[in-house]
Design a protein around this ligand. Structure first.
Ligand code: ATP
Length: 238
C-alpha cells in the first residue's frame, strides 16, 4: 500500500468529524471516497495532507509514519492535494500558479521541469492558451483544471483530488474524469473525493462510502456501483 490510514479520528472542537477511519490506497490505483455533504470526505483528505491534526490514529505513506509531519514535508515525499473550491491564487497568472505547485522542487530550470509543465499543458490545453492570464479571471472549470495542474507540478506519487467535478458544466464533468483516468494511466496514484458517485465508481479500483464520519461500505468501484442499496442511496436508484 502506498497510503495507509489507520483508525483516524478528527474533531472540530467537540464535533467528531471522522471516527475510526481505516483504509489503504494501493500504488497505481484510483481509490475513491464517496458520501453526502458533511460525511467527512474533505476532513479525511485534509488530515492525510497534514492540514488537520488527528485526535487518534495514524497516516503511513510508503510505510513511513507521517502523522505528525507538516504539509510541506508531505509534499516533498510525494503527496500533493488539489483542494475543494479550487483554491487558486487569483491574482497570479496560470504559469505562476503552476510554479507555486512546484515550490518544493529544486529543478525549476531543468528540462525535467519543462517536461512536467508540458505534460500539464497536454492534459489541459486550455491552461497553455491562458498561461499569462490571472487565475481569478478564468471560469470555474478552468480554475479547477489549474488546481489539478498545480498539484501535479509537485510531481506527486499520490495526488489527492477533492471534488474535482464540483460546479462544472456537464460537458466539463465528463472531461475532468477522463483526465483523471489519464493522470492515473501516466503513473500517478489517485485518491479521489467525489459527490458525483456514478462517475467516481466507474473509474475507481477501490471505493469507500462515508456516512457521518465513518466508513460504512468498501469494495471495488464495480461492486459498489452494482449494489442495490448503494444505487438507491448514491446513484439516484438508476
Ligand atoms: P462536503 O462535501 O460538504 O465538503 P465532506 O464529506 O467533505 O462534505 P467535511 O467537510 O469533512 O465533510 O465535514 C465533516 C463534518 O465536520 C461535518 O459535520 C462538518 O459540519 C464538520 N466541519 C467541517 N469543517 C468544519 C469546521 N471548520 N469547523 C467545524 N466543523 C466543521
Amino acid at each position: 500500500m502506498l497510503l495507509e490510514v489507520e483508525g483516524l479520528c478528527v474533531n472540530y472542537g467537540h464535533i467528531e468529524a471522522i471516527r475510526d477511519i481505516t483504509f489503504g490506497v494501493e500504488e497505481g490505483s484510483i481509490t475513491t471516497l464517496i458520501g453526502a455533504n458533511g460525511a467527512g470526505k474533505t476532513t479525511t483528505l485534509k488530515t492525510i495532507s497534514g492540514l488537520r491534526k488527528v485526535r487518534a490514529g495514524r497516516v503511513l505513506f510508503d510505510g513511513k509514519d507521517i502523522t505528525n509531519l507538516p504539509p510541506y514535508d508531505r509534499v516533498k515525499l510525494g503527496l500533493s492535494q488539489s483542494p475543494e473550491g479550487r483554491g487558486c491564487f487569483p491574482g497570479m497568472t496560470v504559469r505562476e500558479n503552476l510554479d507555486m505547485g512546484a515550490y518544493v522542487r529544486s529543478d525549476r530550470r531543468t528540462p525535467a521541469y519543462q517536461a512536467d509543465l508540458d505534460r500539464v499543458f497536454e492534459l489541459f490545453p486550455r491552461l497553455l492558451e491562458r498561461v499569462n492570464q490571472a487565475a481569478g479571471t478564468m471560469s470555474g472549470g478552468e480554475q479547477q483544471m489549474l488546481a489539478i495542474g498545480r498539484a501535479l507540478m509537485a510531481k506527486p506519487r499520490l495526488v489527492l483530488l477533492d471534488e474535482p467535478s464540483m460546479g462544472l458544466a456537464p460537458k466539463f464533468i465528463q472531461q475532468i474524469f477522463s483526465i483523471i483516468s489519464e493522470i492515473n494511466a501516466q503513473g500517478t496514484t489517485v485518491l479521489l473525493v467525489e459527490q458525483n458517485a456514478a462517475q467516481a465508481l466507474k473509474r475507481a479500483d477501490s471505493a469507500h462510502i462515508l456516512e457521518t464520519g465513518e466508513i460504512v461500505r468498501s469494495g471495488t468501484g464495480a461492486e459498489l456501483a452494482g449494489d442495490d442499496s448503494v444505487r438507491a442511496a448514491y446513484l439516484g436508484g438508476d
